[in-house]
Design a protein around this ligand. Structure first.
Ligand SMILES: [Zn+2]
Length: 195
């Protein structure tokens, strides 16, 4: 039997995606053997996660009501790039090929049927109606789920009189934006095509 704290930590780690009980044991042992100071800082940083929230405009991860991108006055507020998850924003930002704002859907139509959580499509549509958006770049992943979601979005946005584009097919089919290399993503953005 492990001491209670050790056992509890194993359970916390096992609850993370992709980590089984054996791996959880090894991780906790690793932390136990390491510097106690580092562990304490790790715990403090974890505790601060509760201070973060979703940006009230684009649903990116934010420290305050609005995320850093939405608060940046130098961004082109006429363009919105729609992504599945907040993690997709970083690789797109790295390409320096997009200077507009973002909108995080929170998944795809398919995955959200499973999880039951709602996508932020209604909020996207009202953003477009309420502000002077001229172009929406759909940057969902080039997977079946991403494609279905992109087509659904296009149908919903068609009556709104804006340019709707999608990342060019330079990205391999089935690929995730999150893992795309900078050059490929940059060319997919630059060569984005009208839907
Ligand atoms: Zn934002």
């Amino acid at each position: 039997m492990y001491p209670k704290v050790f056992q509890q930590l194993i359970e916390h780690f096992s609850s993370l995606p992709g980590i089984g009980p054996k791996m959880a044991e090894r991780l906790v042992l690793f932390l136990f053997k390491g510097e106690k100071e580092k562990c304490a800082n790790f715990a403090i940083a974890l505790g601060h996660l509760k201070d973060l929230q979703n940006c009230s405009l684009c649903f990116n991860i934010a420290q305050d009501d609005k995320c850093l991108i939405c608060r940046d006055k130098n961004r082109d507020a006429g363009k919105i790039c729609v992504v599945e998850e907040a993690l997709d924003i970083i690789p797109i930002e790295r390409t320096k090929s997009f200077s507009g704002l973002y909108h995080v859907l929170g998944g795809t139509l398919e995955t959200n049927k499973v999880t039951g959580s709602d996508l932020t499509i209604p909020q996207l549509l009202s953003r477009i109606s309420d502000t002077n958006i001229t172009e929406v770049v759909i940057a969902t992943n080039l997977t079946t789920e991403g494609d279905v979601t992109a087509l659904y979005l296009k149908r919903k946005m068609d009556p709104l009189n804006i340019t709707i584009t999608r990342l060019a097919r330079g990205l391999a089919t089935g690929s995730d934006i999150e893992y795309a290399d900078d050059m490929t993503l940059k060319s997919a953005l630059t060569n984005r095509a009208k839907m």
